[in-house]
Each structure stands twice: as structure tokens, then as C-alpha cells.
Ligand binder design. Structure first.
Ligand SMILES: [Zn+2]
Length: 345
């Protein structure tokens, strides 16, 4: 009959998927989708998935009278019979495909019973879909801002004995954390960012002022001069953006726009790229339409997040040899030290 699948595949996105028998499993290996039929009614089927031999699952269903399938056995005194089974590389995915091909859709699938009266033709239709399902497609890539928030979080966890598990999708949403003593918890990332430690052992608690000092953010400033239209200056202020204009007030320069950035070196490299202008050696004024500079400032945060995302992704995928050319560019930028000559793209 069916041969045992040779490859065992653990799936990435099965974290909260449910196994056919109602258990919560993180990942599931290759296995089988099976069809049981009940002698009391030729149209009464039970569909299930397992990584065990299907024969073994039939036996379990017939013995466990507390479960839905077992109740039918108890009530009728007749046992479920194995009608057919197919080997599938991704059982949950196959099960989903099976129900998706029927007009029952995912209702029995979600209900956790998977016992259904249906015509054999419909079972066949489901089986065909399950056979074709293969492996679930890889998860869609996360948006750039998720990587940027993740980097933001990791920066604030440095040296605290707390590890972020997964990503930060929103600073004020919920993320998972683990401490070096093995405790796991779920909380608002911003609270941990502001110094909250492990709720069980307290490890990683830190003064928010100290955390902020370690970050050393900067403000990238766009300066204009009322007497010099068509000329701009870009400055980097490591404290308050107002200092940018105060320092330049003697020359009459004014602060027009600024952006908060925790990666000042990257921000400065990107702003010149967005301006389409070679970075001047000293920060002297350059001739440029103000609207163009404003546009570059509008695009800056998005571009920053994109670059940070590339670097974060490269950490996840491992060796740099697997990086695309774009990733390597981004890495190069991140490693740029202020003042070094930079090649223009
Ligand atoms: Zn702890």
C-alpha cells in the first residue's frame, strides 16, 4: 500500500496548530492522513492525521470511549474501520486542504471532532486535495518595522540576562521573553525596554536612565537659512535637536526638520543617499531645493527600517555567505564609522 514517508519535515508555522487528536504540538513530522468509516453508517467518516501508523490510531479511537469517535463505538458496539490513508509531508497542512476541498470547509477541522457524514465522492475530493497539498508555503516575510522594533528591543536588553523570544510586532503589544534562569513570560515590550525585569526572579531590572544613556540616540537635523534660499545643511545632534540650531544661531541657521535616530551613522549615510548628493567632508551648506530635502527627510525612517531589517534578517539566516548583495551593502553601512569615505551606489 502506501510507503512510509522517508523525509521528516518540521514545519515553521505550526506553533499553535492543532494535531488531529486534539493535542497542541509545536511542529509535526511527516505522517499520514487517514479515513475511518463506521459500520453503523456507510457515510459516517472520521478524518485524522497522525505521525504514528494509522492502524495504531484506529485502535486508539476504538478504545478511548471518552473521545467523540470513541463514544460512537460505545453507543453502537461497533468499531471504526480503516478505509484508506495517504502519506503526507505536512499532516496539518494536508488536513486543512482536505476540509478546504469539502463544503464543510474548516468547521469540523476547527471543532476538533472530524467526524462527518458525507458521500464517498466528497471524501475522494478531500483526499485528492490533501495529496496535492505538499508542504505549507514558507511564512510571508515580516514587514521591515517588525525587524526595526526587534532591533530596538535587543539594544535595550544588552547585558541584562533577558532574551527576546521571536519578534516585537508592536512596542505596546505583547512579546515573549525569557530570562537566564529559564523563566518565560509575555508582556508589553515597552515595559521591558524601560527597565522591567523578570517577573519571577527580577533579573534584568534596570534603571531607565541607564538604559537610555547606553542607547545614545541622535537627531538628524535639516537646517535652513532665511537669507539663503536653495541652500541647506545637514547636522547630527547627539542631544536635543534644538542644540543644532542654537549652535548655529550665530550664523542665522534655523532648525527646519529633524528625525530621532538610534543608528546615527546609518541615518547620516542614508540621508545623503536619499538626497542624491555625495556627503561633504565637513558639514558645509550645500545647494539644494528645500522640497527635495524635505522629501528625503520624509523617506528617512522607512529607509532606516528597511536597512535595519536587512541586517536583522541576515542574523536570522546565519552565515554572511548566504546574504544577497543588498544585505551585504546594508551590513557595510551599519559597520561604517563616522567620517570614513563611503562609496556611492
Ligand atoms: Zn527569571
Amino acid at each position: 500500500m502506501e510507503s512510509k514517508p522517508k523525509r521528516s519535515v518540521s514545519t515553521q508555522s505550526a506553533q499553535s496548530e492543532r494535531a488531529g487528536d486534539g493535542k497542541q504540538l509545536g511542529t509535526m513530522k511527516a505522517g499520514y492522513l487517514y479515513v475511518l468509516v463506521h459500520p453503523s453508517d456507510p457515510n459516517l467518516y472520521k478524518i485524522g492525521v497522525t505521525i504514528l501508523r494509522p492502524e495504531k490510531r484506529v485502535d486508539q479511537h476504538n478504545r478511548h470511549h471518552e473521545k467523540h469517535a470513541g463514544q460512537i463505538v460505545k453507543e453502537t458496539g461497533q468499531k471504526w474501520e480503516l478505509n484508506t490513508y495517504i502519506a503526507v509531508p505536512d499532516p496539518y497542512w494536508a488536513e486543512k486542504a482536505f476540509w478546504g476541498a469539502t463544503h464543510f470547509s474548516v468547521i469540523p477541522y476547527l471543532g476538533g471532532i472530524e467526524v462527518q457524514r458525507m458521500k464517498w465522492q466528497l471524501v475522494q475530493k478531500g483526499l485528492e486535495a490533501a495529496k496535492k497539498a505538499g508542504l505549507r508555503p514558507p511564512e510571508r516575510p515580516l514587514p521591515d518595522h517588525v525587524y526595526a522594533y526587534t532591533a530596538w528591543m535587543n539594544k535595550r536588553l544588552a547585558g541584562r540576562g533577558i532574551t527576546l523570544v521571536g519578534h516585537v510586532r508592536s512596542k505596546f503589544g505583547k512579546s515573549d521573553f525569557q530570562c537566564s534562569n529559564g523563566h518565560e513570560w509575555r508582556t508589553v515590550p515597552n515595559r521591558v525596554a524601560e527597565g522591567e525585569g523578570c517577573p519571577q526572579c527580577g533579573i534584568g531590572e534596570k534603571d531607565p536612565v541607564e538604559i537610555a544613556q547606553a542607547i545614545r540616540p541622535a537627531f538628524l537635523c535639516l537646517l535652513i537659512h532665511p537669507d539663503k534660499p536653495g541652500v541647506i545643511r545637514i547636522e547630527l545632534a547627539y542631544s536635543d535637536p534644538r542644540r543644532c540650531s542654537e549652535e548655529n544661531v550665530v550664523d542665522g541657521w534655523e532648525l527646519h526638520r529633524y528625525r530621532y535616530c538610534e543608528e546615527p551613522v546609518l541615518a547620516e549615510a542614508l540621508i545623503w543617499e536619499l538626497l542624491g548628493y555625495p556627503r561633504p567632508n565637513s558639514r558645509e551648506p550645500i545647494s539644494m531645493e528645500l522640497s527635495r530635502a524635505e522629501q528625503a527627510f520624509r523617506e528617512l525612517i522607512g529607509r532606516m527600517q528597511h536597512e535595519i531589517a536587512q541586517v536583522e534578517k541576515s542574523k536570522e539566516t546565519g552565515p554572511t555567505s548566504r546574504l544577497s548583495q543588498d544585505d551585504k551593502c546594508a551590513l557595510g553601512r551599519m559597520q561604517l564609522k563616522s567620517g570614513l569615505p563611503r562609496e556611492r551606489r
